[in-house]
Design a binder for this molecule. Structure first.
Ligand code: S3P
Length: 449
C-alpha cells in the first residue's frame, strides 16, 4: 500500500556506474547517539548524523522528553541531556514515523521513569509487533496500554519503583536487546541480557563510551551482557560512521551493472554488520576492501565494487543472518543476476520488518521474471545470470525503503525498466539515494502526474 503522497519512480537500464559514493551516517548509531545523549548529563556533540526521517523523529521524541536537541550544521547536532531518570512526561503523542528502532529504543529508555508516553507511527510501523519489547519492559514494572495484539498506538506507563531484570531475548533482535539495556539504566542493581545469537552491538559499545558499567561475556548460553543501573552518563563527542546497510545499494548496483567501478569510502565493517560483504565475496563478487583502518574503535574500509560477470548463487549460512538482516532484499537482487540458486535460511525475522520482506521481494522478483521459492523462515532465488532479468514491471514498495531501493537497482540491470509504486519511504534511511545514484550514472525517471 503506497502512502498518501506516493512518488512512483522508474529505473531503466543504466550505467556503467562510475565514481565515489559517499553514503550518509549509520542509522542504528544515529538513533543511539541521540537517545544516550539525551540521557547523559551535559552536552553531547554528534557529527555525521543521518538526517533521515527515522532519526529526525527520534530527535523530536528526545525534545518531547525534555532534552535540548539542536542542529548546528550539516550532520552536526548538539544534545543537552537530562540524566538517567530525568525524562519528563511528553505533552503530546510521540510519532516515530516508520522507525521500529526509534520506537522500541525510546520505549525502553522511558520505561523505568514514572511518566506516561503514548507512541504511534505510520501504517507500516503500526502493523509491527511491539510485544517483544513491552513484555520485557513489564518485568521492570512498566505497563503498556493499547488495543489487543501488541500493536501501536500504545501508551507506556513507566515503572514507579523499577526492578532490574535478567532477560534472554527470544528472537535475535538488537532492538529488543537495546530496549532492555536502556530500561536497565533506570533500574537499581544489575540488568542482564542474554542473546543466543550476536546481534549488532552499537548500544553496548556506546554505553561503555558514555561511562556506563557494562560487561560482555561469551558463555555457553550465548552473549551475556551485564549493565550496572542508574549510572551518571558522561556526555560524548560522537562521530557517526557511514552506514554499511546504505553502502550495500551502490555496492550491489556496481556488481550487477555492466562496466561499473564504484568506490564507497569509510564504511564501518563491525562484524555484527558486515555479513553481506562476506556473502558477496563468496558469490564471486569483485569487491575489495581498501585502506582498512580503525576509526572510533570500529574497523573501517573503503569498499571498491566492480561489475562481476559470472557470480554464483550460494547457500547463505543461517548463523550469518543477524549480521546482514537488512541486506537480504538487495542480496536477492544480486542473486537474481547470478548463476544458480541462492538459498537463504534462518530468516524468519524478515517477515516483521518495515514490510514482510520475503513476501515483498518474492512478489516483485516474480513480476520481473525471476523464479523465487519461499517458506516461513527461508527463501530461494533462482538466478538468471548477469543481465538475465527480464524486468518490465511495476512493483510495490509496501512503505519499505529497502524494498524500494532494491527494485530500483534491479531495474538498472534488467532488460526492461522497473517502476516502484512509491519511492518516498527511501527518505527514512537514505535521503540522498537518488542524487547519489544519479551521480554514479543511474537514470531514474519520476512519473509525470
Ligand atoms: C536495528 C536492528 C535490526 C535492524 C534495524 C536496525 C537496530 O532490527 O533490522 O534496521 O538499530 O537495532 P531487529 O532488532 O528487529 O532485528
Amino acid at each position: 500500500m503506497p502512502h498518501a503522497h506516493a512518488r512512483p519512480l522508474t529505473a531503466p537500464a543504466s550505467g556503467p556506474l562510475k565514481g565515489v559514493a559517499e553514503v550518509p551516517g549509520d542509522k542504528s548509531v544515529s538513533h543511539r547517539a541521540l537517545i544516550l545523549g539525551a540521557l547523559a548529563v551535559g552536552e553531547t556533540v554528534v557529527t555525521g548524523l543521518l538526517e533521515g526521517e527515522d532519526v529526525l523523529a527520534t530527535a523530536e521524541a528526545m525534545r518531547l522528553l525534555g532534552a535540548e536537541v539542536e542542529r548546528t550544521g550539516e550532520g552536526a547536532w548538539s544534545v543537552h541531556g537530562v540524566g538517567t531518570g530525568g525524562f519528563k512526561e511528553p505533552a503530546r503523542v510521540i510519532d516515530c514515523g516508520n522507525s521500529g528502532t526509534g520506537v522500541r529504543l525510546i520505549m525502553g529508555a522511558m520505561a523505568t521513569t514514572p511518566i506516561a508516553a503514548t507512541f504511534t507511527g505510520d501504517a507500516s510501523l503500526n502493523g509491527r509487533p511491539m510485544g517483544r519489547v513491552t513484555d520485557p519492559l513489564a518485568r521492570f514494572g512498566a505497563q503498556a496500554f493499547g488495543r489487543s495484539g501488541g500493536r501501536l498506538p500504545l501508551t507506556i506507563l513507566g515503572a514507579e519503583v523499577p526492578v532490574p531484570v535478567r532477560y534472554e531475548t527470544p528472537v535475535p533482535s538488537a532492538q529488543v536487546k537495546s530496549a532492555v539495556l536502556l530500561a536497565g539504566l533506570g533500574a537499581p542493581g544489575e540488568t542482564v541480557v542474554v542473546e543466543r545469537e550476536a546481534t549488532r552491538d552499537h548500544t553496548e559499545r556506546m554505553l561503555a563510551g558514555f561511562g556506563a558499567r557494562i560487561g560482555v561475556e561469551e558463555g555457553p548460553e550465548g552473549r551475556v551482557i551485564t549493565l550496572g543501573g542508574q549510572p551518571e552518563l558522561r556526555p560524548q563527542a560522537i562521530a557517526v560512521p557511514r552506514d554499511p546497510s546504505s553502502a550495500a545499494f551502490p555496492v550491489c548496483a556496481a556488481l550487477v551493472v555492466p562496466g561499473s567501478d564504484v568506490l564507497v569510502p569509510g564504511i564501518g565493517l563491525n562484524p555484527t554488520r558486515a555479513g553481506l560483504y562476506e556473502t558477496l565475496r563468496e558469490m564471486g563478487a569483485d569487491l575489495s576492501y581498501e585502506d582498512e583502518r580503525e576509526e572510533g574503535g570500529e574497523p573501517v574500509a573503503d569498499l571498491r565494487a566492480r561489475f562481476s560477470d559470472g557470480m554464483r548463487g550460494i547457500e547463505v549460512p543461517p548463523g550469518r543472518a543477524a549480521s546482514m538482516i537488512d541486506e537480504y532484499p538487495i542480496l536477492s537482487v544480486v542473486a537474481a543476476n547470478a548463476e544458480g540458486t541462492t538459498l537463504m535460511r534462518g530468516v524468519r525475522e524478515l517477515r516483521v520488518k518495515e514490510s514482510d520482506r520475503i513476501d515483498a521481494m518474492a512478489a516483485g522478483l516474480r513480476a520481473l521474471g525471476v523464479e523465487v521459492e519461499e517458506g516461513e523462515d527461508w527463501w530461494a532465488v533462482h538466478g538468471r545470470g548477469a543481465g538475465g532479468v527480464p524486468g518490465g514491471a511495476r512493483v510495490e514498495a509496501r512503505l519499505d525503503h529497502r524494498i524500494a531501493m532494491s527494485f530500483l537497482i534491479a531495474g538498472m540491470a534488467a532488460a526492461q525498466p522497473v517502476t516502484v509504486d512509491d519511492a518516498a519511504p527511501i527518505a527514512t534511511s537514505f535521503p540522498v539515494f537518488e542524487p547519489l545514484m544519479r551521480a554514479l550514472g543511474a537514470q531514474f525517471r519520476a512519473e509525470n502526474r
